[in-house]
Design a protein around this ligand. Structure first.
Ligand code: MG
Ligand code: MG
Length: 639
């Protein structure tokens, strides 16, 4: 499998783009004419530069408004094409993309278009140039790959073939299965792009909102399965027009792009039996059965504070590491680890971010296989020297500077708490509060990194993404989207902050990019838990009475029930199927980190999105009341 990416997909000047593309592992690039029009080098030098990076120019594009023109435009179009052929010779590439004509003066007619392409094929042949014809979704007369194929079929010239682009097919809801009847050797090139489902003008949607396969809502896998069934074994290339990507950083976006292709082809191989696809062998997406542990990096002083908070939440200190300054806190199936070592990964994480969640341990079906799959998808394995009595727990570097460890039942890993920790008895044990397990881990990142995180989790683990919801913070929007597995035992919410004035943005800013902003624990009885917490000295976040008025207006609640919610500071939500959700929040710990306690009844699957704005308002009031230092950074402060 040869992979390529169009240079327009990423930001930077041509040199920066090529370096990022080569480093991410691509074989080639699609060169857009604009790339070197703006770049101060001759086509020959650009070609050399590409090859110096170990890349090939897989395609030159685009050549527009060619077929079906009346005279004199027709003659001029052929002359224009000849000049592009010269340029391609200089660049060192043999394939040009001709996209279907959008000109209002073009005449239409399948045979007229086929005749023009055949004649161009004749002119291209002595130069060794091949012509690929692509149907633009908004083409004047040809806007469907089936018609483009008919044009190519009738052109009947060895130098004229078809170019398929998943966006143009899927955006127009054309059944990709229709590709299966096209001979694979007549397909010269395949471009891939996904996109979020948005109802808008096709051209605008295409030019601004495309994203990597797997990042959007289109069935790119189904499209690629059909392509693979034709026997096509040429280049698959990303052609992604996305404003965020063009304004982002070339390196991570190239890495995402390569990951998306490997992930896609792995899925295609698994779902299209009998197809040989040359993609690295790797285990299938990994089933996860929950969060096994959450590790904080902290100073000794912060660790004492954090321990006090955990105490009020009903956690007991259950163990001390055999050789390290690492404590285990436990309640139900929740394991919280507090690491105060003066060396190693946790320490460097503390130095960078302050007290923060530096490590998440997931319970998986097979820990080694998880690292194997993650590596095949370009993730970095993580290892540090193990001390005496310690297990080598398979791990990778996550995003946002954190680490992820994997525990399974196949080996000693399942007994890590017994093997690596000695029980402690001296502490006064708090009254447990009925917390059972981690319901969700909430991670915060800059909005333009959200797709990276989504792709990371969904490509490695057997998870799916939920639709994106907007959370209204008085200082700006925060986009929220969850990654979940089938039975809800793994839930990670991703919160993309557009600016640092929002609570989420403030958190990233003050913690230097740290990711986990809150941990939500599940209880089976929120009111009992609330009582136990109160007895432990826990004071929940104070929620405005207005919230309860609004809630009553929206849902028409029983007065006694409403009063009970109000008295305990519990937030409430109900879905259309009658599922119920209860949420109780802790005040802030440090710079915007907090805990949440939830109860789900009747199969409620969401996260209380409608409550988020009230929670945020309450937290901002709390932040002001605490007299938190104004942001160290410039710009308007939190309102
Ligand atoms: Mg295209
Ligand atoms: Mg939450």
């Amino acid at each position: 499998m040869k992979t390529a990416i169009a240079t327009v997909s990423i930001s930077g000047d041509l040199k920066e783009k090529l370096a990022a593309i080569a480093a991410a592992g691509f074989d080639g690039v699609e060169i857009f004419e604009n790339d070197f029009l703006a770049f101060d080098a001759s086509p020959r030098e650009v070609g050399q530069m590409v090859r110096d990076h170990g890349l090939e120019i897989s395609l030159f594009q685009p050549f527009r408004d060619f077929e079906g023109m009346p005279e004199p435009q027709r003659t001029r179009a052929f002359e224009r094409a000849e000049r592009k052929f010269d340029l391609m010779g200089e660049l060192g590439t043999d394939l040009v993309l001709i996209c279907s004509n959008v000109s209002p003066i073009s005449l239409g007619g399948i045979d007229r278009a086929a005749d023009d392409l055949r004649e161009l094929g004749e002119r291209a042949k002595p130069r060794g140039i091949r012509i690929g014809y692509e149907a633009l979704a908004w083409g004047r007369h040809v806007s469907d790959h089936r018609d483009a194929w008919e044009v190519v079929r009738r052109a009947d010239h060895p130098n004229v073939g078809l170019i398929l682009d998943s966006f143009h097919t899927l955006a127009r809801k054309i059944d990709p299965e229709t590709i299966r009847s096209i001979p694979g050797d007549r397909i010269f090139f395949v471009q891939l792009a996904d996109a979020p489902r948005i109802d808008m003008d096709l051209l605008y949607w295409s030019r601004h909102f495309r994203n990597m396969p797997g990042e959007g809502d289109l069935d790119v896998t189904g499209f690629m399965r059909a392509v693979a069934a034709t026997g096509y074994d040429g280049v698959i290339s990303l052609e992604i027009f996305n404003d965020q990507f063009r304004g982002g950083s070339a390196k991570p976006i190239s890495v995402d792009g390569h990951r998306s292709l490997v992930y896609l082809m792995d899925q295609v191989r698994r779902s299209e039996p009998g197809i040989r696809i040359d993609v690295p062998d790797m285990p299938d997406r990994i089933p996860v059965s929950g969060v096994e542990f959450v590790e904080f990096a902290a100073s000794e002083a912060d660790a004492a504070d954090l321990g006090a908070v955990l105490n009020t939440l009903g956690f007991a200190r259950a163990g001390r590491h055999v050789s390290k300054k690492v404590d285990l806190w436990r309640q139900g199936d929740i394991h919280i680890v507090i690491n105060t070592e003066q060396s190693g990964f946790a320490h460097s994480s503390y130095i960078t971010h302050g007290t923060n969640v530096c490590d998440i341990g997931l319970k998986v079906a097979d820990a080694k296989a998880t690292v194997g799959r993650a590596k095949a998808l370009g993730a970095e394995p993580f290892e540090q020297p193990v001390g005496p009595g310690e297990l080598q727990i398979p791990a990778i570097r996550g995003l946002g500077g954190g680490v992820m460890h994997f525990i399974d039942d196949k080996s000693d890993l399942a007994r890590v708490w017994d093997i690596e920790f000695r029980p402690v008895a001296e502490d006064a044990q708090p009254r447990g509060a009925g917390l059972l397990r981690v319901d969700h881990v909430a991670e915060t990142m800059a909005y333009d990194e959200m797709l990276t995180w989504l792709l990371f989790y969904t490509s490695i683990f057997q998870t799916r993404k939920t639709p994106m919801v907007d959370v209204v913070d008085p200082a700006g929007l925060v986009r929220s989207q969850a990654v979940e597995n089938g039975d809800g035992s793994l839930r990670i919410t991703l919160n993309g902050a557009e600016n640092r004035k929002t609570l989420a943005g403030h958190f990233i800013e003050e913690n230097f990019g740290s990711a986990v902003q809150h941990l939500a624990f599940e209880t089976a009885d929120i009111f009992a838990t609330s009582g136990a917490l109160a007895a432990n000295g826990f004071r929940p976040l104070t929620i405005s009475p207005n919230y309860y008025d609004d809630l009553d207006a929206r849902l028409g609640l029983d007065t006694e029930f409403l009063d009970r919610l109000k008295a305990t500071g519990i937030l409430y939500d109900r879905d259309e199927q009658g599922g119920e959700y209860f949420q109780l929040y802790s005040p802030f710990y440090g710079e915007g980190f907090f805990f949440e306690i939830v109860e789900r009844r009747g199969g409620y699957q969401g996260y209380g999105a409608t409550n988020a704005q009230f929670r945020i308002a309450a937290q901002k009031r709390h932040l002001r009341a605490k007299g938190m230092p104004r942001s160290r950074h410039t710009g308007p402060d939190l309102p």
